[in-house]
Design a protein around this ligand. Structure first.
Ligand code: GLN
Length: 490
């Protein structure tokens, strides 16, 4: 069994393999993401600065949405066809190919590279998380949570270093060099994964419920039908000369809402589900909805907040201006420090029987993310009233601190919770669903970030602060009901 050999900080040795793989995968992802908006504005889009910025923020939201949406089919492939082990391997190779494609200086290569990264991340991200859960099969819930905390640190080590390296190279040397470095990181991850996979025991070797030939044919037919329709619609749009990126933003935002609803209903009706599983799916729907709103606000860091950092913060240190993308390292750095603190805090509180329930943690996360945008609103007002139009870095640093504390209450908790609530044969797909919350949030961002321009910073950010706090209070009031739905899951 995994874990009967050497351990990794007291955890199964296989966790180290997954830790390293995910660290490099996130390095490549966050490195690319740190420069995406800036690169779009500087080198890809045309028009007046304000228009380019608004468009770049939309593309960024759409792209995040596509990548996280790909986690659903990625989970399906692992559960029904390949097993998680192979899905992660193939995903890693495709992601590396994607970054190397971005390194080629051409617009076509740029969009092809983004597509490869999306497909590869869909295969890798949900299934590697499901495998972490698999290492803790039959072990106590608190130990699994601790495992996910460690895993969450790997995510953020990659996420912290990437903007420093890729952001610096991309902004100050050459965009394409930045992308190439992200590809090298991912390649190292794949090599390490292959070498380390012997520590994973049987985890992820087989698909949970292999699809029958008939189901495979069906799935293939559906994929062809829908992608055919999408391509046809896009082609028609282009031929008619009406094409606008807005159309993609709109379609995705609608999909971001429709897909999870359809999926939840289908899952709920699935005959393979026991009476015991059903309320858990309902509970998960609550967590899902909250997570959508959380990530919708949170992921504006890479778009609006980066543009704010770029244009409205004073980044001079002793005569040298540090790259705006470096702000992207602040949150992961804080996670690395705070994750173990929170893990220890939950254990301490649990010993005294005072650990907040999962619904309560989610409610807190919403209050905090709302609070962070309240600070952002003040920062916006301060920038508008300052003579230089710029504010000190401390505004964004405090925004990120509050956001990170919120993240600690929601994100590692959500990962672990998803693997616990998931009926075993669905674990890849439930993980996919968890990431779909990020997709939906980002898809909605394609719309909501557009309000920033007309409303102005102060009003825009305060508005979302109010929405988030209201959601947090609602969740708090529903906490008891949700706990009942969760049954034996803690
Ligand atoms: N920062 C985390 C990661 O990269 C959370 C992302 C998410 O779920 N939206 O995995």
């Amino acid at each position: 069994t995994p874990g009967s050999e050497k351990t990794f900080f007291g955890h199964p040795r296989g966790l180290a393999t997954l830790f390293m793989t995910e660290m490099w995968e996130r390095f490549s992802w966050y490195g690319m993401r740190a420069i995406l908006v800036l690169y779009l504005v500087a080198a890809v889009l045309d028009g007046p600065l304000e228009e380019r910025e608004a468009l770049a923020a939309s593309i960024y939201g759409v792209y995040n949405a596509v990548v996280y949406m790909a986690a659903m089919p990625g989970g399906w492939v692992a559960d029904r066809l390949w097993g998680a082990r192979k899905a992660v391997l193939v995903g890693g190779i495709v992601i590396a190919a994607g970054h190397f494609t971005l390194a080629i200086p051409s617009d076509t290569a740029f969009f092809a590279g983004l597509a490869l990264i999306a497909a590869g991340t869909g295969l890798l991200k949900p299934n590697i998380s499901a495998m972490v859960g698999g290492l803790y099969e039959g072990q106590p819930s608190a130990r699994r949570d601790a495992g996910f905390t460690l895993f969450y640190m790997s995510i953020n080590i990659g996420g912290m270093v990437a903007p420093l390296v890729v952001g610096y190279l991309g902004e100050n040397v050459n965009w394409h060099l930045g992308f190439a470095v992200a590809g090298i990181g991912m390649t190292l991850a794949v090599v390490q994964y292959v070498l380390g996979s012997r520590h994973l025991g049987d985890v992820g070797k087989e698909p949970g419920t292999p699809a029958t030939p008939e189901e495979k044919r069906n799935a293939l037919r559906k994929v062809l039908l829908w992608s055919g329709l999408a391509v046809a619609a896009l082609a028609l749009d282009v031929v008619l000369g009406t094409y606008d990126i807005e159309h993609i933003v709109n379609v995705l935002a609608v999909l971001g809402i429709v897909v999870p609803v359809v999926y939840f209903v289908a899952m709920y009706r699935n005959p393979a589900l026991t009476a015991d599983d059903k309320p858990k799916i309902k509970a998960f729907a609550w967590f899902f909805a909250t997570a959508v709103l959380f990530w919708m606000i949170y992921d504006q860091s890479g778009s609006l907040l980066t543009l704010f950092a770029d244009g409205k913060t004073d980044r001079m240190i002793g005569g040298w201006e540090f790259p705006a993308s470096w702000y992207q390292s602040v949150n992961p750095m804080m996670v690395i420090v705070l994750a173990p603190v929170f893990a220890a805090l939950w254990v301490k509180l649990a010993q005294r029987n005072r650990e907040p329930s999962t619904p309560m943690k989610f409610a807190l996360a919403m209050l905090l993310i709302g609070g962070s945008f309240a600070i952002m609103g003040l920062a916006g007002a301060a920038a508008a009233n300052s003579e230089t139009g710029k504010v000190t870095v401390f505004w964004l640093l405090s925004v990120y601190l509050v956001q990170t504390i919120g993240e600690m209450c929601l994100s590692p908790v959500g990962l672990s919770l998803s693997t616990k609530l998931a009926p075993k044969q669905f674990v890849g797909q439930i993980m996919g669903l968890w990431f779909l919350a990020t997709a939906t949030g980002n898809a909605l961002n394609g719309w909501t970030t557009k309000l920033n321009e007309p409303l102005g910073d102060a009003l825009y950010y305060s508005l979302w602060a109010v929405v988030a706090v209201a959601a947090g209070l609602t969740f708090m009031m529903a906490g008891k009901k949700i706990r009942a739905l969760m049954g034996d899951v803690r």
